[in-house]
Design a protein around this ligand. Structure first.
Ligand code: FMN
Length: 201
């Protein structure tokens, strides 16, 4: 499957085959690809909680307002942002580079994030968004399907996954085998409503 096909066949799946189970190797392959997704300054501020345990998946489903996907899908991934990533031994984000580069990034991270909870939160949203799409497209290449989800009770899921205080949950992605094709697309807006050449007006 090429990238265009993965993009055009990815759909938000509502019905997963609850008998299909991914292997731990498949989960690892998927997560190895997920961590290649881009982050500003390579700060790698996403944290992924991968859940295959049936009891926990069932609890997540209940917390997701009884939506079936987490219980029926094979793998539930909670994509979380680490809001302390900017100060969490940042030299290692450029460990393959020079000391000078490492120090430069450390200073830049301090400048951008130390006094700005907003910047920390925005960065978590951006990084997890990229990672989610990477996961969903990689899943297609593996012959699997997915559903991105935010329809859940945040505090309940935070409790289930024991979310650290300086992290936030950005979204959930369920991966598995669909048992029913997705419904017809809702309908895309016309290109000329959403794409502007050079400037808005
Ligand atoms: C941030 C986000 C949250 C979503 N939450 C849910 C959800 O809780 N339950 C669900 O069934 N679909 C959810 N969706 C799927 C969207 O409804 C779906 O992506 C959209 O209708 C477009 O359909 P498509 O992904 O099949 O192209 C979510 C999608 C996104 C991007």
């Amino acid at each position: 499957m090429d990238t265009f096909e993965a993009i055009s066949t990815r759909r938000a799946i509502k019905k997963f085959d609850n008998t299909y189970k991914m292997t731990s190797e498949q989960v690892e392959s998927l997560m190895k690809l997920a961590i290649l997704s881009p982050t500003s300054y390579n700060q790698q501020n996403w944290r992924f909680v991968t859940i295959t345990d049936e009891q926990i998946k069932n609890k997540i489903s209940i917390a997701a307002r009884n939506q079936a996907q987490p219980a029926d899908g094979s793998l539930v991934i909670l994509l979380c942002g680490n809001l302390s990533a900017w100060k969490d031994e940042p030299l290692r984000y450029w460990k393959n580079s020079t000391d000078e580069k490492q120090q430069h990034v450390k200073n830049a991270l301090e400048k951008k994030y130390s006094d700005s909870p907003e910047n920390r939160r925005d960065e978590a949203m951006r990084s997890c968004g990229f990672a989610a799409q990477t996961i969903m497209l990689a899943a297609r290449q593996m012959g699997l399907d997915s559903c991105p989800m935010v329809g859940f009770e945040y505090d309940e899921i935070a409790k289930i996954i024991q979310l650290p205080d300086d992290h936030l949950i950005v979204l959930m992605v369920v991966v598995g085998k669909s048992s029913e094709p997705a419904a017809t697309r809702g309908g895309q807006l016309p290109l000329n409503e959403v794409v502007f050449e050079n400037h808005f007006n």
